[in-house]
Design a protein around this ligand. Structure first.
Ligand code: FPP
Length: 259
């Protein structure tokens, strides 16, 4: 057990976060929504840092959804500038701490300057192995699934794939998150009980944690509380408690029989 009360051996391998509430945080303080996003960026830094210190291997952040393109032009512009600045500043830290950056979503829709720095940092950090940060940018779960379906249909039409060979592994391998384990824990801030088109396929067995805390206020203490809550969960993946007990303690078989 660590001094923070967490069991290091039972940390989630992959934490995904729906960062919500920047606008409400700003409104409550009579500030602009953009100020809320700016404060949100500070929370991003804090959560990446603590994840790294704790040894979380994958951290996914829903930074910009496909639906967010519908927001006022000024807000979209400000969010893109924040992202660009974040990537430009954080790349040195990512190299220092062995953090690999990945992005999921439709990159083609991003402004050229954001795409350029994003691809630069992805390329720069590609061999880092301590932790992977996944930014969801111009991402939606349904869009991910649509792009996967189109790809598989094209492969089948070209005769490069037999449709009967499609299985869960093949689908997962064609989603933007290919190679990334499914999230163990999905956190949503600001109290809304929704998935908002984030990872749909990937969260089939994720534990969900919703906190009323607004994203700009979600810092170390709130994150540790979410992780502690996760460690109190019993994950069954559709099985019974008794089956899970046997998987965890296989020697405790009924009657103690060895056969
Ligand atoms: C949701 O709050 C948040 C977003 C749409 C964007 C998240 C962006 C950041 C945290 C800042 C920059 C990100 C990175 C990775 C550096 P909202 O605006 O929907 O809040 P509301 O629901 O209260 O209006």
């Amino acid at each position: 057990m660590e001094s923070n009360g967490l069991d290091k051996a039972r940390l989630p391998r992959h934490v995904a976060i729906i960062m919500d509430g920047n606008g409400r945080w700003a409104k409550l303080r009579g500030k602009s929504r953009i100020e809320g996003h700016r404060r949100g960026k500070t929370s991003v830094r804090a959560i990446v840092e603590l994840s790294r210190k704790l040894g979380i291997q994958y951290l996914s952040l829903y930074a910009f959804s496909t639906e967010n393109w519908l927001r006022p032009r000024q807000e979209v512009h400000a969010l893109m500038s924040l992202l660009e600045h974040y990537l430009a500043v954080e790349q040195a830290k990512m190299m220092r701490y062995g953090i690999r950056l990945l992005a999921v979503g439709d990159r083609d829709r991003l402004p050229a300057r954001v795409r350029r720095i994003l691809e630069q940092v992805i390329d720069l950090t590609r061999d880092n192995q301590r932790m992977t940060v996944i930014l969801a940018l111009s991402y939606s779960g349904r869009d991910d699934i649509v792009r996967m379906a189109r790809h598989l249909a094209r492969e089948a039409r070209a005769g490069r794939m037999d449709p009967d060979t499609i299985n869960e592994e093949l689908i997962a391998a064609q989603l933007d998150t290919a190679g990334v384990p499914d999230p163990d824990l999905l956190i949503r801030t600001s109290g809304e009980l929704r998935i908002s088109n984030f990872f749909l396929w990937q969260i089939a067995y994720s534990e969900l944690y919703v906190t009323p805390t607004l994203w700009p206020d979600f810092r170390e203490r709130e994150y540790l509380a979410a992780l502690a809550d996760y460690q109190g969960r019993r994950r069954r993946f559709g099985r019974t408690d008794e089956q899970i007990e046997q998987i965890i303690r296989p020697s405790v078989q009924a009657g103690g029989s060895e056969s």
